[in-house]
Structures are given as structure tokens and as C-alpha cells.
Write a protein of this length. Structure first.
Length: 264
């Protein structure tokens, strides 16, 4: 058996050509006609037309009244999402390191991406467990403190889509009942933090607090994770006393309104 990584790369020409059109528009100081674009990217007019129509439908290009094309706000939105992730990781890094040392556990920064938790950063004390996810890994929304924290601040439609996709029971403690999960999400919004008691793995537990940006939106979860023998309901108050100020400090650097930073 060979993995997909061992297979020769198949270049999708239409995607390559669409990227060429967007780069050409981005490099131009003015809007461009379809004919100009076709010449610039060395494509036929029919091919250029169909690519432009598709990009227009996807809100990456817009056509003005003179039938000339320019990049649209959809490109800006994509770029902004990358910038937010990069800025978030940069801003959070020193706080993540300090928190990991203070609690003696693993500290994670996770975002919601494609219906899962994507971890952007990870720090660990010397004595922390090595069983936890690292940067670039994904975990389930409903079975982790990070995921439930992020899910709690999503729209009802987004929450329902996660429920409709299924809530598999990772352990006997996993909240796989939709009504129970929604009740827990309500509690998270009231309390300002989420917990996971052996719900993803019987040997692991975690607690998470929101990271809030300048728009007032919860953009990430700051999570302390570790052995279920050290992260317990009994240790929760002491851990929250370290987690929440760190989350508030990161949120302040992200420009969160002062009234939203204090989550205790």
C-alpha cells in the first residue's frame, strides 16, 4: 500500500488558471477587461469568461458597469482570516508559555475550522503529559473543552449543523445527546468557561476560556489540558484563577472591548 503522499501530484489546471487571473488582477492598478485578462494569462476568451463568472459567483472578483473586472471583498475576507490566525498565535505565544509553566500542564490555543477544533499553538511544562494534541491537529467539537467553548458562541444554525453531523460517544462521559449538549452550551455562555471531564479520552481532562477580538467575537479557545488525575472538578477553581486572567490578557491585546474581557 502506498499513502496518498506517495502519489504523483495532479495539478488541476482550472484552479491554476483561476489563481493566475486573481494574481493578474491583484497586480494591476486598475480594473481589467476580459480580453486584457485573457492575454495576460495566455488563455482563450471563452475559458477566461467561464473562470471569471465562477470567481464572480464565489465573490472573488466583481464586474463594474464598464464590464471590467477587479478583485472583490471575498479575497480580503480570506486574507483577513489568515492574518487573524497569525496575529492570534503571535499575541498568545508568551501567555501560552507562561501559563503552561504556571499550571504544569499542556496549554492549547484552538480555533473553529471546518466543523472541528484546529489547534494553532501548544506549550507544555516539562512534567506535562505527551498524549495531547499538538499544533496543526484537529479534535471533535462536542467532546473537548476547546470545542464546546467555541461551539457555545456560534449561531443556532451552526450548532445544529454540528449536532446533525453526529455526536459520536468517544467515552461513556461524552455529551452525545443533543439536548444535554445544548444545555451545557447554555451554561458555558453563563459561566464563561468550558470543561471536559474524560469525554474525549478517559485519561484526559481540560478546561477552556474564550479569546475575544476587537469585534467582540470569540475567535479562539485558550485551554489547559492534562491528566484526568490532575485536572479535576476539585482543582478547577485554582486552574481557572490562572486560565481566565491569561485569556483576558490575550483578549486585551487582540483589542477586545474592556467590558467583554472580564469573563469571571
Amino acid at each position: 500500500m502506498t499513502s496518498s503522499e506517495d502519489q504523483p501530484t495532479r495539478v488541476v489546471r482550472s484552479v491554476q488558471h483561476a489563481a493566475g487571473i486573481m494574481r493578474a488582477l491583484g497586480a494591476s492598478s486598475d480594473s481589467m477587461s476580459m480580453s486584457e485578462l485573457a492575454r495576460r494569462v495566455s488563455l482563450s476568451k471563452p475559458a477566461t469568461y467561464h473562470l471569471l463568472k465562477t470567481l464572480e459567483l464565489e465573490r472573488f472578483v466583481v464586474k463594474d458597469s464598464g464590464s471590467r473586472y477587479r478583485l472583490s471583498w471575498g479575497v480580503y475576507e480570506l486574507g483577513s482570516s489568515v492574518i487573524r490566525s497569525v496575529d492570534l498565535a503571535r499575541v498568545a505565544r508568551p501567555h501560552v508559555d507562561d501559563l503552561a509553566v504556571a499550571v504544569g500542564e499542556v496549554v492549547l490555543v484552538g480555533i473553529l475550522d471546518e466543523g472541528t477544533v484546529l489547534y494553532l499553538d501548544r506549550a507544555a511544562s516539562a512534567d506535562a503529559t505527551d498524549m495531547l494534541a499538538g499544533a496543526g491537529r484537529r479534535t471533535a467539537m462536542h467532546a473537548t473543552a476547546s470545542g464546546k467553548l467555541l461551539l457555545a458562541y456560534q449561531s443556532e444554525d451552526a450548532i445544529q449543523s454540528i449536532i446533525d453531523a453526529g455526536l459520536p460517544a468517544r467515552t461513556t462521559a461524552t455529551a452525545h445527546d443533543p439536548a444535554a449538549l445544548k444545555k451545557e452550551l447554555d451554561a458555558i455562555r453563563v459561566n464563561g468557561y468550558a470543561t471536559c471531564w474524560q469525554e474525549f479520552d478517559v485519561s484526559l481532562s481540560s478546561i477552556a476560556a474564550p479569546l475575544i477580538d476587537y469585534t467582540g467575537a470569540t475567535v479562539a479557545a485558550l485551554t489547559i489540558a492534562g491528566s484526568s488525575t490532575s485536572i479535576t472538578p476539585q482543582s478547577l477553581p485554582k486552574l481557572l484563577a490562572l486560565l481566565q486572567p491569561a485569556a483576558e490578557a490575550i483578549s486585551a491585546e487582540l483589542g477586545a472591548p474592556a467590558v467583554l474581557r472580564v469573563i469571571r
